[in-house]
Ligand binder design. Sequence first.
Ligand SMILES: [Zn+2]
Length: 469
Amino acid sequence: MNVVRFGVAVLLLHIFVALSAVAQAGKQNADLIITGGTVVTMNAARSLYEDGAVAVRGDNIVAVGPRSEIESKYQATQTIDARNSLVLPGFINGHTHVPMTLFRGLHDDVTLSDWLHKYIFPAEAKNVNEQFVRWGTRLAAAEQIRSGITTFADMYYFEDAIAEETKAAGMRAVLGETLLDFPAPDNKNEAEMLAYTERFLKKWQGDPLIHAAAAPHSIYTCSQKTLQDAASLARKYHAPILIHTAEMKKEWDDSLKEHGMSPVQYMDKIGLLGPDVVSAHCIYVDQADRVTLAQRHVGCVHNPSSNMMLASGIAPVPETRAAGVAVGLGTDGPAGSNNDLDLMEEMDLAAKLAKIAKMDPLALNAPAVVAMATIDGAKALHMENEIGSLEPGKKADLVVINLNEPNAVPMYDVYAQLAYALKSSDIETVIIGGRLVMEHKKLLTVDEQAAIEKAREYRKSIAASLGLP
Ligand SMILES: [Zn+2]
């Protein structure tokens, strides 16, 4: 009996020792903890943690919550002190053309048609090659990281080179190789465009940062065949389809004339629309179009700077959101239609443009535009399972925004501060997939100075190619 009791006691002692060892060393390992800031999760409940923390392991978020809770459960090799800062999901630039940074300011204050035909198409024909897009992408990566953008969707040429530069900069992106019905700087006909796009889609399958896509330019530059060929190629590889949609009045008028229906109805009729499509602009859409976009689970991207600068029109963002369509935000541009890559500016403008359009200050509010820059932008790109909010299991893409600035205090409402008061220059630190890409405003993955100097060189050769001073 005593022997049995002794045995049980020894066993209990062993269990006790084992358990306390677990409790002592019991903290789980993380690679990085961002701690002490106001964590704006953008999860479904819109949870906010005033003295919060985010634990990161590998390229994933493993925990988000109050600082005391996270620090009691996790120990990390690296810690970022985020006191007096906001910590939020990285911004998502849902529509741009990054190499065009090198054409920034080439010619502004002209009509879209003049800008395209007199300046941009000739400038592209004479200057755009693989080296050009590499330097333009590096410059854009520096600018986008500085403004807190961690994911962007791009439509341009030589997209494979853009993918290599984007990956080197540690950024996440949906990159769409452009297909259209006239010779492009990289491919001269549809067969070449399809072959290039197929190689591109194959090469990047399964990459953690790069989502290769097909980008039939628009219904006004692509025949029905080009649109359908591009879409079926993308679908063969489960790749996204990026396209400009209903972006100008002429597109609407021509579509009614040629197809007897709106641009969105035409796209639907030819089988283009689906849950893999990202439609930039969606300005000329009526209620029937909005219902179609929602039913087909198409994502839309609103570009307020571009729409205002080109006087394209005002996208009915509140109505499109109300119809159940995911609407993100984009910079478009950066040449001739913005001219910068600053998504915080787009948040501010999206809200104010909707207000003045309706003469109603309630038309689109701060929480809505912050969502458009983060979780709704992720939904518009069909990436909401991966990015857009700070939640365990999602990619560790986040920004730390400094609140120790005159324009940052006092703060009564986090969302209003983000939309209307804070600037991208307040962004201090940026993390993409668990990797620090900017720390205390110092870029860690892009040689910013080299890109700036190269842009000045390109300014000379581009101007010379067009006979400009
Ligand atoms: Zn565009």
